[in-house]
Design a protein around this ligand. Structure first.
Ligand code: CDP
Ligand code: MG
Length: 747
């Protein structure tokens, strides 16, 4: 056990003096007068008194910047104000973007509840692979990536009267692209409207500057040749934009949006006492565990929010806390652990908002999602290890990976702020003041630290060919853009002139998938293994299919052995899905309608006896259905390769050739396109097996670079199936082991 963290204005405690409780699975109870409670809550929010003024400002400005502290009510209230002010009349919608899936779901659920509406009717949400909207939907919460996709189908976003770009300070890559795109949409919608003029008595309808005779008909069915092709519809209203941010720095946004006006919502922040450790903590998980218990034993009532970097850490912490809580001294109040992260099913995500029963302290274990996207009531203590999982990209070698990196000063301030929303609070930073002083002021926008291939493909599909000249708020480096163009060119999505290739590039852009997965789907039909590729794409998108509880590790490993393929992880995942289909769905006919409940029950029991994560499998099946829809919609044939899995591995090679790695004489691997030295991730079924050559899907950086999700291939397939990228000579350079002696021997 590491030493107890000592805080500068706290006292040292030995880990062993902190004993701990088995909190019984406490039931959340819903207060009886829920409606009244919600009404009171809404009324007490800082934004409530500003309703009239805000609506007025939106009315007066085409683009408005709204700044307000986290929890002031921006996300849940402003859309309702605009709804009440008539912005959804005539079938128009208010669209609200969120950088995170969890936020889109939980906020839509909350707003539906506040409005007394059924979710997915008036209030809905749309995230990748899940659409909870209907023709009645007027307030639509969606991930920023989804709005970008909608723009592909309707470049003028005519359904929307207002678009709110929420959490703009997060500067995700999609929000940044939307900035430029929506500025363009605003301009074009103004141009189209300018074509419809009135002289007071008669409407003088014009198209492209010329009067139109039959204007009555046109007024309702106006057809305009825009720069982006033709469209039909009513004359367009201007598009209003609201950019919402939780950080005070409005100037950058205002400058970018041609001097747009910024309004501030007065927050009510209480003082937060900040404590740093004296010395750096070697193990932040351990430090976080001990600090949580210490706060629970010593501090006044109030919930604790612990920031961790991902699902795995959260699950570990949940287990450790539960264990240690069993040893708390008699009479210590109970704790209730509430995890929240992206992959958690939505019903469970909503549980973090429910108050703990009286006398019980809630401990929320959250990813960065709780920094500004979600406001969870009741928090008085924040424990901040100062880390976040983020994308990092090296444009020189074109490699993107996920890494745990230090947060910025702005993020540290946001995190500590979570403790002071309802009263004075405390924030325990598990790092020293010196470390804090060395942090960056704010996080570099994602667009400057990730692979741009996906957005470049989407911009091209939107007809924006000059990506280098696109109106970015922060321009990515030229090297990064050029690398992504190169990447798309190698995948065949772009022509020699840098235009979207037809049909390959056009079809790739249609899939809601990373370009390389879209390409894999498209080539798989020529390799006659599209069913298997569909499974692969779905299973990889769903994440953590296998479930290995620590106390049953042996059984879990034995169960996994049943599915394990010596060829690697992709085939292992295919085995899982095949077994599921055969043993569960096959036994009662796939998608039998009245059978839903029975099927669900069977799925659950099959998953638990095979140590498969039920919700991940369900999500994979769902994604599979949806991607299948896209494949069928394009008129592509769906074929299974059956037992000829070599064919499938060849298809993986033809698709993921950019991610090939070769074993070196020292047993490590060299990623062929980047030249990086990598190791096989311990979670891979090929870990310890040392195949000569593999293709992989993911690069993970912890203390070293790991490749994850891999399959063994024959290195000679690379020049054969990706001749545009590999020549046989390259591969010899990549230290291909010499052929076996027996092969060289004359017969
Ligand atoms: O967007 P902003 O950070 O300004 O605040 P918000 O997300 O609109 O949250 C306003 C209030 O709604 C906070 O007091 C939240 O605690 C509450 N809320 C909630 O109780 N349950 C949710 N699912 C979402 C918000
Ligand atoms: Mg918000």
């Amino acid at each position: 056990m590491a030493t107890t963290p000592t805080f500068e204005n706290g006292k040292r405690k030995s880990a062993d003096t902190i004993p701990l409780p088995q909190p019984k699975a406490a039931k959340f109870g819903l207060p009886s007068s829920r409606r009244r409670e919600i009404w009171e809550q809404r009324r007490s929010l800082p934004i409530a008194s500003a309703e009239k003024k805000l609506v007025q400002e939106v009315e007066n400005n085409d683009t408005l910047i709204v700044i307000g502290e986290t929890g002031s009510g921006k996300t849940t209230q402003l859309p309702q104000f605009l709804h009440a002010a008539g912005y959804c009349k005539g079938g128009s919608m208010v669209g609200i973007t969120q950088p995170r899936r969890v936020a889109a779901i939980t906020v839509a659920t909350r707003v539906a509840e506040e409005m007394g509406a059924q979710l997915s009717r008036e209030v809905g949400y749309s995230i990748r692979f899940e659409d909870a909207t209907s023709p009645q939907t007027r307030l639509k919460f969606m991930t920023d990536g989804m709005l970008l996709r909608e723009a592909l189908l309707d470049p003028l976003l005519r359904k929307y009267s207002i678009i709110i770009l929420d959490e703009a300070h997060e500067r995700t890559i999609h929000t940044d692209v939307l900035f430029g795109l929506l500025k363009g949409v605003q301009k074009r919608r103004r141009e189209v409207r300018a074509d419809v003029e009135t002289d007071g008595r008669h409407e003088q309808v014009q198209m492209n500057g010329k009067p139109v005779e039959n204007h009555k008909q046109l007024q309702f069915n106006l057809e305009v040749q825009g720069s982006n092709g033709s469209f039909k519809g009513k004359p367009l209203k201007p598009l209003k934009l609201v950019v919402m941010s939780a950080t005070l720095d409005a100037q950058g946004f205002s400058e970018y949006f041609n001097g747009a006006k910024a309004v501030y919502i007065q927050g009510r922040q209480h003082p937060v006492q900040i404590m740093n450790t004296y010395t750096p903590e070697a193990d932040y998980m351990d430090a976080a565990l001990i600090t949580t218990l210490q706060v629970h034993l010593e501090e006044a009532p109030g919930d604790i929010l612990v920031f961790l970097t991902g699902q795995e850490e959260i699950e570990n912490m949940e287990r450790l806390l539960t264990e240690r809580a069993g040893f708390l001294p008699e009479g210590t109040p109970k704790i209730l652990i509430a995890p929240i992260y992206a992959a958690l099913p939505s019903e469970q995500q909503m549980r973090v908002f429910e108050p703990a029963p009286t006398g019980v302290r809630k401990v929320i274990l959250a990813t960065n999602i709780a920094e500004t996207s979600l406001t969870i009531p009741g928090i008085r203590y924040v424990i901040d290890p100062g880390l976040v999982k983020a994308k990092v990209y090296d444009p020189r070698i074109g490699v993107e990976s996920l890494a745990v990196v230090p947060i910025s000063k702005a993020q540290a301030a946001q995190r500590s702020g979570r403790a002071g929303r309802e009263g004075p609070g405390k924030c325990f930073r598990l790092y020293t003041v010196e470390t804090f002083n060395k942090l960056e002021e704010s996080m570099v926008p994602e667009i400057k630290r990730c692979n741009l291939a996906n957005v470049v493909l989407q911009l091209k599909a939107l007809g924006i060919d000059d990506v280098l000249g696109f109106d970015f708020m922060d321009k990515p480096s030229r090297a990064a853009i050029v690398k992504s163009l190169e990447h798309l060119y190698i995948l065949g999505a772009l022509t020699d002139e840098g235009k979207l290739s037809d049909p390959l590039g056009v079809q790739m852009a249609r899939f809601p998938l990373e370009p390389v997965y879209a390409k894999a789907m498209l080539v798989s039909s020529s390799f006659r293994c599209s069913e298997e590729m569909l499974t692969t794409v779905a299973m990889l998108s769903a994440e953590s299919i296998f479930f290995s509880p620590r106390e049953k590790l042996k059984e879990a490993n034995a169960a996994r052995q049943r599915f394990t393929s010596p060829e690697g992880d992709h085939l292992t995942l295919i085995n899982v899905l095949r077994a599921y289909t055969q043993e569960v769905e096959g036994s009662q006919g796939i998608e039998g309608e009245g059978n839903q409940k029975k099927l669900e029950k069977k799925l659950r029991s099959w998953c638990s006896s095979n140590f498969i994560n039920g919700r991940s499998l369900r999500r994979a099946l769902d994604i599979r259905r949806q991607v299948r829809g896209y494949v069928e919609g394009m008129g592509l044939e769906l074929i299974s390769c059956g037992d000829d899995l070599t064919q499938f591995r060849r298809c993986l090679t033809a698709s993921f050739f950019l991610n090939a790695a070769h074993k070196q004489p020292d047993g490590k691997y060299r990623a062929l396109s980047s030249g990086q030295t990598v190791g096989i991730h311990p979670s891979s079924v090929l870990f310890g097996k040392k195949p000569d050559c593999v293709v992989f899907n993911e690069l993970v950086r912890t203390n070293q670079q790991y490749i994850r999700s891999l399959t063994r291939i024959d290195s000679l397939w690379l020049p054969e199936l990706a001749p545009q990228y590999y020549s046989t000579r390259d591969l010899m350079y990549a230290a291909r082991p010499l052929p076996q002696e027996g092969i060289l021997k004359p017969q």
